[in-house]
Design a protein around this ligand. Sequence first.
Ligand SMILES: Nc1ncnc2c1ncn2[C@@H]1O[C@H](COP(=O)(O)OP(=O)(O)OP(=O)(O)O)[C@@H](O)[C@H]1O
Ligand SMILES: [Mg+2]
Length: 300
Amino acid sequence: MHDMKIMAVTNIKGGVGKTTTAVNLAFLCAAAGKTTLLWDLDPQGAATYILRCEASEHASAKKLVHGKRELPELLVPSGYDKLDVIPSDFSYRNFDVHLSERKRPTERLLKMSRSLRELYSTLFLDCPPGISLLSENVLRAADAVVVPLLPTPLSVRMLDQLRDFIAANGWADLTLLPFFSMVDRRKSLHQDIIASTRESFPEILATEVPYSSEIERMSLRRAPLPAYSPGSAVGQVYSALWHEIDARMGRGSSKRVVPSRDAAPEVSPVAPPYMPFQPIRSEPGNGLTTSIAYTPMVKP
Ligand SMILES: Nc1ncnc2c1ncn2[C@@H]1O[C@H](COP(=O)(O)OP(=O)(O)OP(=O)(O)O)[C@@H](O)[C@H]1O
Ligand SMILES: [Mg+2]
């Protein structure tokens, strides 16, 4: 039996490189000889599109959440050795509604993933942006969260909240794997933010993914970048990212068991919008209408 690791690629913010990362890491994991599955949880279906996959069976979020369909029924091969995909479904836009109908709404995804445990050694989750009940399910199920971070003060604030949220839930065995994404080293702002953030977050990976038009073109090529350009500079960056993550995962992360978290705060049926992170009141004059306050990390 595999000791399946669940690796979630997530960030509240959209367009930060989650899907690009999930596709490339899943490919590299499979290429390293591990049986790998990528589940595209985003109703936009970008990972499904890049990997040129099509669902052969449709199972709605409602049927999955209510246990009427099982994940192994939805597997499709990616065409790459050892890499399978669960394609996205447009009904995933309603995941939160159906999750909130269940008794233990934050544990469903972990329970659903159990049927995959004997089939794969690693499950990657490509998550939609946002804060939702689905994202709490993802954190609850994951062994590691890979967080692509733009070098901006707001992303750093989000990372702070994520770390606090994980600590508040007592999820000590959840490995946080943030890394800087879309970095432009020519910008002194990026350099400053990266330097100051690394001081407060030693867990940030050393590998930085640069802003690169070659990476951007991946969605035109519709293939994992390391599959068609492994020797390029950016191909090497993803390879370094994968090796760093693989090494961290080898160091003492262990599969959690559902009952061990029974003591964790139970979330009773919630009315969307659901907010697992502690909202921070926006101060007058800081120009923020969102719930996440802006804390300048770098003095002008
Ligand atoms: N390092 C990079 N340099 C330049 N462009 C990038 C980089 N990473 C991703 N992109 C491009 O930025 C866009 C968003 O990337 P991606 O889809 O991976 O982000 P995402 O976080 O999954 O977005 P969403 O929140 O919409 O799911 C895509 O067009 C992608 O090709
Ligand atoms: Mg995406």
